[in-house]
Design a protein around this ligand. Sequence first.
Ligand code: LLP
Length: 473
Amino acid sequence: MVSTKSVIATKSGLQYLPKSMDDHIDSSPNQELLPLTAKVNSLDHLELGGLDVPALVEKFGSPLYILDEYTLRTASRQYRDALKKYYPGESLVLYASKAWSCLAVCAICGSEGLGIDVVSGGELYTAIRAGINPTKIYFHGNNKSTAELIFAMAMGCVIVVDNWLELKTLVALQTEKTEELQNPTKIMVRFTPGIECHTHEYIRTGHLDSKFGFDQNQLNDVFTFINQQQVLSFVGIHAHIGSQIFEVQPHQDLADVMVDAMSTAMAHNLSIQEINLGGGLGIRYTETDDPPSIENWVEMVSKAMVNACQARQLPLPKLLCEPGRSIVGPACVTAYTIGSKKQIPEIRTYISVDGGMSDNPRPITYQSIYGVVVANRLSQPTTETVTIAGKHCESGDILIKNAMLPETQAGDCLVVMATGAYNYSMASNYNRLPRPAAVLVGNQEVNIILQRETYQDLLRKDILPERIEISKN
Ligand code: LLP
């Protein structure tokens, strides 16, 4: 029998290299910890997209977000192709750009045929500037401003209506501003389907305590109202039940609830062309995370939709889903440089890096757990248990507790895995740290997609009123 001790001693960063390396078949990116192109090279360094990670950090600075184009495209295609394979009707995948909204990510998803889900004027502007066809942009949000609505309507986007105020504002705007706006505006209705997910479990309730969407029992009134409006073009219904979900059942149940709502709409003489089941498929952040593959998720959900429609003898609507995390999360890592080390005997060893909660606020916000490798010592056995601390002036700024690392020294390149989703998009300038750069790697090429912020950038919006004297003492 192998002792636990020897198993731990033989562990190294190599264990996180993707399975697909050996058999040349792409695995589902959301089931991998490292991007699909991850390899170890002759220097014992981690390589992504055919490029040496420590060398990228040397060239582009630290910390650095490194986005692997192949993994991003593979996840997008797996969603798109699985829907074509398993869903007999029309389908469209929307990338939920809240996970990471920038020109390059939106443009890559767009070039794979995906539409984009946006939740603000800023995300909408980014998607438009990335060349996304506005008819494939779906605008969400529980409190869209009038200016945001006018922007989206003028572009011809689909508006996912969340509440009564928005519905009535849309009718008023469309009636007042017929010349400026595309006519009629396409709308979907978002409602809370009574399915609540807490990552590893879910419950079904009659009513949900959620700020998003109409309550299910308001649907009759909403449909009656919409039916009377000439200026709106109703295309379908939307629901989103949660994020980082490891089970397929909640979305299968959701399909049933949605098709029920479709019958309700039809009873009001409204035809439903599209049903959007939201996003939510989970990804692997640590070895113990075990999400279903993208293909498996799409297959099960598609079948549930088909069965629900057949059971009620309804035509198949166009099926939409809007994944964010599972598209971009596994495609990116964050590389840091190791700095100071503090050993507190019998308590803990802290290793500090040159970023932290400003580039990855998820550990401090949600107690999220991440995996880590040392990119310049990939095959060295992990022998030390350390706590990886950020550099912010805040005790809670801890990136990873109890990480297993090989012996490291200052200057080593530490890579936190699966940081593509909700990292850059939630990054801040806390303690006036400039946001890191992001580079895109693929086929041994590298491009900067987000420049590193400078100190000048930090002062770009600062104004010192003239009446405040600069102290000369
Ligand atoms: N659609 C809607 C309406 C959503 O609210 C969301 C996520 C998505 C799609 C995409 O869900 P995904 O496939 O990424 O799970 N900041 C949190 C996650 C917030 C998710 C918000 N909504 C985090 O870092 O875990």
